[in-house]
Design a protein around this ligand. Structure first.
Ligand SMILES: C[S@@+](CC[C@H](N)C(=O)[O-])C[C@H]1O[C@@H](n2cnc3c(N)ncnc32)[C@H](O)[C@@H]1O
Length: 246
């Protein structure tokens, strides 16, 4: 069952999300769309961090997102993308109108059965569904420690963002791949990034301050980050590809 309080936490954030959250590697979009398609929809598009990778890989790009502040940023950045307010469970597009649907860092916020039925409805027969998540790299002790602080309920195994089941109703599983990459991020921005995750967005002021202080201490104490103002953060991007069953 999806925690709607956490899922809806993004209703209040846009500019900060765009400023501090990571993007996605080109390779992730290439795995989903190795060839150009006519129309692609980025569902739960946020501020357009994955949507921008669809530009050039699809002739027409559409975006659907329930948060107005997120959409405002997306519309300002990606003026050629048709952006709509909507949810995965009620997509404001007509039947069989898109060739590909992508969902980055968001499928775990959907009611899966209703969302799969809607995605299947808007996809043309044989159309492609791509699900994408950035994950922390298990070899990066300080980032893993920060994840455990921000998501205490998730425990050792991470992954806060879940993963797709290979079986999705109405879809045929095609492939799963993991793209390893890394980003340079300042220590300050890394801390501010944590302020944009759902568990901190819904936390009261004291709890949020305590979590950020605990992450700050991790950076002070870990030999790879202690005294550093610039951090090298490894990322693993997991990509699932499906086809709509005709
Ligand atoms: C972690 S953000 C990911 C945004 C963007 N795809 C990215 O990767 O930067 C999760 C997004 O899912 C959206 N979301 C939450 N519940 C949703 C739902 N039921 N249908 C569509 N989008 C939803 C939120 O508003 C938020 O923009």
């Amino acid at each position: 069952m999806v925690d709607r309080t956490l899922a809806d936490s993004f209703q209040t954030i846009g500019v900060e999300y765009d400023r501090y959250r990571p993007g996605f590697p080109d390779a992730a979009a290439d795995l989903i769309l190795p060839e150009q398609v006519g129309t692609a929809l980025d569902l739960a598009a946020g501020t357009g961090k994955f949507t921008e990778l669809l530009v050039g890989r699809a002739t027409y790009v559409q975006a659907v997102e329930p948060s107005e502040p997120m959409l405002d940023v997306l519309r300002a950045k990606l003026v050629d993308v048709a952006a709509h307010l909507g949810t995965a469970e009620s997509i404001p597009l007509s039947d069989a109108s898109v060739d590909a649907v992508t969902v980055a860092q968001a499928f775990h916020w959907f009611e899966p059965e209703a969302a799969c039925a809607e995605i299947a409805r808007v996809l043309a027969p044989g159309g492609v569904l791509g699900l994408v998540w950035n994950h922390s790299d298990p070899t990066c002790a300080w980032d893993r420690a920060a994840h455990r602080i921000a998501h205490p309920a998730v425990g050792e195994n991470d992954q806060t963002t879940g993963s797709a089941a290979e079986d999705l109703p109405g879809f045929e599983f095609d492939s799963r791949a993991v793209v390893a990459w890394s980003e340079e991020i300042t220590r300050d921005d890394y801390l501010r990034r944590w302020g944009t995750v759902s568990s901190l967005l819904v936390a009261d002021g004291r709890t949020k301050a305590a979590m950020l202080a605990a992450i700050d201490r991790v950076l002070d104490e870990d030999p790879d980050t202690s005294g550093q103002t610039e951090l090298e953060l490894p990322q693993l991007t997991e990509v699932y590809r499906y086809r709509r069953i005709a």
